[in-house]
Every structure is written in C-alpha cells, then in structure tokens.
Design a protein around this ligand. Structure first.
Ligand SMILES: C[S@@+](CC[C@H](N)C(=O)[O-])C[C@H]1O[C@@H](n2cnc3c(N)ncnc32)[C@H](O)[C@@H]1O
Length: 268
C-alpha cells in the first residue's frame, strides 16, 4: 500500500518500501512488525524500521548499510509479477501527459496483462476516478489483481474478462482509451463508440506494420490529430574515470500512437 504523504513521514505497517543496498540489490517490501529479509550482503531485521522515517539507514548483520526509500511509480511497475510484457515508464510517462486525464477521470485499459499500466492509471485517476480494464485471459486478471492490491489501488479498477475486439466495451463517455495489444486496429471502432468526443486514444505497438494498420483504421473511424513517435532513453554513467552513456540498455520498446476523436456531423 502506498500511504499518502504525511507530515512526520514515518514508516507504518503495510507501507511499501524500497530497501536499497546498491544498484543490483533493491527489494520492494511491505512493512510489517515481524519481517526479515536476506541478501548475500547479510540479513536485515526489517521489524525495526517501523516508526522510523523514510530515508532511514539500517545495517545488515554483516555491517552493510541499507536504505529505506519511497518506491517511485516506476519501481511499482517494474516490481509487478510479470505474466506478459509491460509498458515502460519512459513511454507511459509521455503518453499520460498526452491525454487529458487526471483525478476523477474514467478510462479504459486493454489488455490488463500484468496490470502495470492499469495500476498507474488507477493512481492517476484516484481517489474518485475509475479504470475499466479488459483482458481476454482470466489467469492474467488474477495475477494483475494481486499486483495491484499490493499497491492499494484495487478499488479504482473494474476488471472484465472479455475479447473486446469481438464484444466491445460496456462503458460510454470515457475520458481516454489505452491500448496495449497485438492488434489495436481491431479495437479502434469499439473505442470510438466508448470515447467522449475530443478525447484521446493512445496505443503501444512494437512493429511498424501494426502502427500503419492502426493509423489507417483510426483515420477511417473519426479520429484526427493522429501522431506517432518513439522515445529513446539513454542512461549516463557518472564516474571518476569518465562520464559517458552506458553501452547497453533498453533500445526499442514501442511506437507510441495517439489520436483524438471527433464527432462527424455535429455542426448540423
Ligand atoms: C502486452 S500485454 C498488456 C500489458 C499491460 N499493459 C501491462 O502493463 O501489464 C497484452 C495483453 O492484451 C491481452 N489482449 C490481447 N488482445 C485482446 C483483446 N482483443 N481483448 C482483450 N484482451 C486482449 C492479452 O491477453 C495480453 O494479456
């Protein structure tokens, strides 16, 4: 659970905490009175961090320091148990601000997959908004629910087990539609029915062929301002011996498609 920021910034049971030893040893845990964590750098009695402030520095039984940090939204995404690929923070951060959603919005997410995207959307629309998350495989929904429960956002998500290319959506007057599926073009006409006029559809696709097909169908289905981009991220190593980009990293993730729905004939 992500507890809302409080003035004293103290760790309470149930809080999600990133236990950081070094870049290779980072653990997302849920604080509890009795909790032990082991690593090759020693054992940690994490019961002792209850009541301590975030930022607390502890020691393993081998004398190695560990740090109690607030997990970022990206940490929450990367630490979900994955049954599918998930969206990357660099892409999602950009696409979120390319829509008009915020607290109170009602949004559609397809497919639920591992729940990483649904979780971030729920965080964005909370406390009063709602995410309607559609997935055709029941076992993925169960895994996603467990992932999202840990972050405390289940009450802002309604799940459906359904192939939306065939059966469409239950909701109407939706503020944004997020598609992360292999065949987004098959869902675009259903999304057009569910979306409010003027609002956004965004879609992730790893391959150019998928993008071309999706864009063609968007243009045939009352969408304008259709744009496609790719975000490249390069980590920079800052070290005494020299500052330069890391040689390896994430290269291509997805092409990002976005478009807005118009109401044809609304002038009459
Ligand atoms: C790449 S995963 C989505 C990952 C998710 N966005 C996340 O961040 O965890 C794609 C998911 O879409 C589901 N899917 C594909 N086509 C679908 C359809 N027509 N209706 C419902 N779900 C679909 C798949 O079963 C799969 O779980």
């Amino acid at each position: 659970m992500i507890s809302p920021p409080n003035e004293d910034n103290l760790i309470t049971p149930g809080d999600l905490i990133l236990i950081y030893l070094d870049i290779k040893r980072q653990y997302l845990i849920q604080a509890a009175e009795k909790l032990n964590l082991s690593s090759d750098l020693g054992n940690m009695n994490l019961g002792e961090i209850i009541g301590k402030p975030f930022g607390y520095v502890g020691e393993t039984h081998l004398g190695k320091k560990y740090y109690c940090l607030r997990p970022s939204t990206a940490d929450l995404m990367f630490k979900v148990k994955r049954k599918t690929t998930i969206v990357y923070p660099k892409d999602l951060g950009y696409l979120l601000i390319e829509t008009a959603i915020g607290p109170g919005s009602r949004v559609i997410d397809v497919g639920t997959g591992s729940g990483a995207l649904a979780m971030v959307l729920a965080k964005f629309v909370a406390p009063d908004g709602m995410v309607f998350s559609y997935e055709r495989r029941e076992e993925f929904i169960e895994n996603a629910k467990r992932n999202i429960e840990r972050a405390g956002y289940l009450r802002n998500i309604k799940f459906y087990c359904r192939d939306v290319a065939v059966k469409g959506f239950t909701e109407q007057a939706i503020d944004a539609v997020f598609l992360d599926v292999p065949e987004p073009w098959a869902i675009v006409p259903k999304a057009a029915d569910a979306l409010k006029g003027g609002h956004h559809l965004v879609s992730w696709s790893p391959n150019v062929e998928q993008v071309k097909r999706t864009v063609d169908v968007l243009r045939e289905n009352q969408f304008i301002r259709v744009r496609v981009s790719e975000i490249l991220e390069r980590e920079i190593l800052v070290r005494q011996q020299g500052v330069r980009p890391r040689e390896r990293g994430i290269t291509h993730t997805a092409y990002l498609v976005r478009a807005q729905k118009i109401i044809v004939g609304s002038r009459d």
